[in-house]
Write a new protein. Structure first.
Length: 105
Protein backbone atom coordinates (compact mmCIF):
# COMPACT_ATOMS: atom_id res chain seq x y z
CA UNK A 1 0.00 0.00 0.00
CA UNK A 2 1.32 3.39 -0.92
CA UNK A 3 0.78 6.48 1.10
CA UNK A 4 -0.07 9.72 -0.57
CA UNK A 5 1.77 12.57 1.06
CA UNK A 6 -0.63 15.14 2.45
CA UNK A 7 1.95 17.85 2.61
CA UNK A 8 2.37 19.91 -0.51
CA UNK A 9 5.84 20.85 -1.62
CA UNK A 10 6.94 24.12 -0.01
CA UNK A 11 7.17 25.85 -3.36
CA UNK A 12 5.30 26.21 -6.62
CA UNK A 13 6.52 26.82 -10.12
CA UNK A 14 4.72 29.19 -12.47
CA UNK A 15 5.20 29.91 -16.13
CA UNK A 16 3.91 32.07 -18.94
CA UNK A 17 2.93 30.26 -22.14
CA UNK A 18 3.51 33.42 -24.18
CA UNK A 19 6.89 34.78 -23.15
CA UNK A 20 8.43 31.84 -21.34
CA UNK A 21 8.97 33.65 -18.06
CA UNK A 22 8.98 31.34 -15.05
CA UNK A 23 8.94 31.95 -11.36
CA UNK A 24 9.19 29.87 -8.20
CA UNK A 25 7.24 31.02 -5.18
CA UNK A 26 6.42 29.55 -1.82
CA UNK A 27 3.28 27.41 -1.92
CA UNK A 28 0.27 29.67 -2.32
CA UNK A 29 -3.47 29.07 -1.81
CA UNK A 30 -5.27 27.48 -4.77
CA UNK A 31 -7.12 30.63 -5.76
CA UNK A 32 -4.01 32.80 -5.86
CA UNK A 33 -3.02 34.40 -9.11
CA UNK A 34 0.35 35.75 -10.14
CA UNK A 35 0.66 38.46 -12.76
CA UNK A 36 3.42 39.95 -14.85
CA UNK A 37 3.81 42.42 -17.67
CA UNK A 38 4.09 40.12 -20.62
CA UNK A 39 6.43 40.94 -23.51
CA UNK A 40 4.83 38.05 -25.42
CA UNK A 41 1.36 39.58 -25.06
CA UNK A 42 1.77 43.20 -26.12
CA UNK A 43 3.16 44.19 -22.68
CA UNK A 44 -0.26 43.67 -21.10
CA UNK A 45 -0.71 42.42 -17.56
CA UNK A 46 -1.07 38.67 -17.89
CA UNK A 47 -1.40 35.85 -15.40
CA UNK A 48 1.26 33.28 -14.73
CA UNK A 49 0.10 29.67 -14.96
CA UNK A 50 0.92 26.96 -12.42
CA UNK A 51 3.54 24.66 -13.87
CA UNK A 52 1.30 21.57 -13.77
CA UNK A 53 -1.57 23.30 -15.62
CA UNK A 54 -1.91 23.60 -19.37
CA UNK A 55 -3.50 26.89 -20.31
CA UNK A 56 -3.71 29.35 -23.15
CA UNK A 57 -3.46 33.08 -22.44
CA UNK A 58 -4.74 35.43 -25.13
CA UNK A 59 -5.38 39.15 -25.45
CA UNK A 60 -8.86 40.14 -26.59
CA UNK A 61 -8.93 43.20 -28.74
CA UNK A 62 -11.63 45.71 -28.01
CA UNK A 63 -14.13 45.69 -30.85
CA UNK A 64 -16.33 48.70 -30.21
CA UNK A 65 -15.52 52.35 -30.76
CA UNK A 66 -13.18 53.73 -28.14
CA UNK A 67 -14.70 57.23 -27.94
CA UNK A 68 -13.23 59.34 -25.16
CA UNK A 69 -12.49 56.47 -22.86
CA UNK A 70 -8.95 55.57 -22.05
CA UNK A 71 -8.32 51.90 -22.66
CA UNK A 72 -5.21 49.97 -21.90
CA UNK A 73 -3.33 49.49 -25.11
CA UNK A 74 -0.70 46.97 -25.95
CA UNK A 75 2.71 47.90 -27.27
CA UNK A 76 1.22 47.50 -30.73
CA UNK A 77 -1.10 50.45 -29.98
CA UNK A 78 -4.26 48.35 -30.14
CA UNK A 79 -6.81 48.61 -27.35
CA UNK A 80 -7.17 45.32 -25.52
CA UNK A 81 -10.19 44.93 -23.31
CA UNK A 82 -9.20 41.74 -21.61
CA UNK A 83 -6.71 38.96 -21.19
CA UNK A 84 -8.39 35.57 -21.33
CA UNK A 85 -6.92 32.46 -19.74
CA UNK A 86 -8.36 29.22 -21.11
CA UNK A 87 -7.83 26.04 -19.10
CA UNK A 88 -9.27 22.56 -19.29
CA UNK A 89 -11.65 23.39 -16.46
CA UNK A 90 -12.80 26.79 -17.62
CA UNK A 91 -11.52 30.22 -18.33
CA UNK A 92 -10.74 33.46 -16.55
CA UNK A 93 -11.10 36.94 -17.90
CA UNK A 94 -8.85 39.72 -16.68
CA UNK A 95 -10.70 42.82 -17.80
CA UNK A 96 -8.89 46.05 -18.52
CA UNK A 97 -11.63 48.39 -17.36
CA UNK A 98 -11.75 51.58 -19.38
CA UNK A 99 -11.12 54.75 -17.42
CA UNK A 100 -13.32 57.75 -18.06
CA UNK A 101 -11.45 61.00 -18.48
CA UNK A 102 -12.37 63.56 -15.86
CA UNK A 103 -11.15 66.78 -14.38
CA UNK A 104 -11.18 67.82 -10.77
CA UNK A 105 -11.86 71.38 -9.71
ZN1 LIG B 1 4.49 36.41 -20.30
Amino acid sequence: MTTIPLVRPPYEDWYCPNCGVSERTKALPANTSRFHTCPGLHMLTAPLIRANVYAKVEAEERADYLGREVQATGDDGKPYMAVRTTRDDGDDLLVNAPTARGRLG
